[in-house]
Design a protein around this ligand. Sequence first.
Ligand SMILES: [Cu+2]
Length: 181
Amino acid sequence: MILGILATLLLAGLSLVTIGALGGGFTVGGPGSPGRACTVPSLSGTVVNVTLTNMGGPMMGGGGGPMSGGAMGLQADQATVAHGAVSFLVTNRGSITHEMVVLPLPESQLVGTRPIGGDAKIEETGTLGEASNTCAEGAGQGIVPGGASWVSITLKPGRYELLCNLPGHYAAGMYTQLTVT
Ligand SMILES: [Cu+2]
C-alpha cells in the first residue's frame, strides 16, 4: 500500500519534470483528433482559448466543399478579458478547415449581424488579428481539422467579434463576442 503511494508520487514527480522539460510550450491535437499535433509556444498576456466546430461536413458524408459543413460554431473560453496583451489559441475541432479573425464590433451592432456579401463572406477591413496558419502564428491558408493557430494582439477596452470568414461559415454560426474591459 505504502509502496503504491510512493510509486504514485514518483510517477507524479516524473510527469512534472516532463512538463517542465517542454520549456513552456505544449501540444494540442494529435492522437484522437483527425488532424495533426501542433506544438504551441508560450503565449503573451491573457490567453483566450477558441474552439472551432462544425457538425456534418465531408467526413460525415456531407458531399464536400466549403459550404457543406452544416451547423458551425466558434466558442471562446472567456467572454470578457482585461485590456492589453491578449493571445488567442485557436483549435479546430471540426471536420473541415476553419480560421479565426478578430474585428471591432461597432457600438450599434449586435454580434452575428454583419452583412454577408455575394462571396458569402463578411467585409473584414479593419481586422485586428487573424489565426489561420496551421501549427503557426497569424494569417495563413486556414487551420486544418485537429490543428491549431495562434495570434497575439493588444486590445483596447471595447466590444469585439471573433469569427470565421471562410465562405458561408459566418452565416452558419461561426462568431462570438469578446468584451474587453
Ligand atoms: Cu469556419
